[in-house]
Design a binder for this molecule. Sequence first.
Ligand SMILES: [Zn+2]
Length: 247
Amino acid sequence: MSPELQSLIDLQRIDAALIEARTRIAAHPQKVAEADARLAEAKDVLDQAKDKLRISQEERRALEKEAAVYQGRLAKYKDQQGSVKTNREFQAMGHEIETAQRELSSAEEKVIEHMVGADALAVEITAAEAAFAARQKEITAEKQELDAELAGAEAALAKAQAERGSVASGLPAQTLNIYEGTAKQRKGIALAQATRDGLCSACHVRMRPPVFQNVRANNSIIQCESCRRILYYIPPPPPVPPAVVVK
Ligand SMILES: [Zn+2]
């Protein structure tokens, strides 16, 4: 194979590495954002549980204040009932006492409900805290992996860029132009291997026999007449001689 064609094959390999490294680098921010979102999700669950407890505690305090008001009212009515003059007034006061008692009981019941609910919420918060801690650990490890992956991709990119510079500088300007132009049109793939039966392996169009013959010689820049990719040929490996058994 001509050194020029070999350099182009090297260039193609290097460019594929460049594309891969750039794709990996480009994917990095999205992966970090996804990890952050999963951490935020666990934090939300914890915050919601804490909010529920805080609201329940606020409601409970309000109910306790209400209960104290009913309690005071009840004491006042009982006191007043003792000093009424008529039976009618006594009955009316009894009615007030009943109402206040009912309101007090209802408030007290609700306070108890909140106390019971707070126990369940405390359990929920503990579980959410544990889940959040586990998620935090998981995301920290994941981000370390992502950082290592990014560093690896950046190193691969730098290496490929350096390699490309040295390979490209060894090619004639005209050849490099053909390569670059075709790569631009063909999503970075400017070369195609010719198959053993004379097809372009990229676009699957059959070469005319004289073209295929020239391609097989691997000593000039020949472009596929259909997709314009530069063609090269890898001959089949020589047949393996049968193993000689020494007795
Ligand atoms: Zn082709």
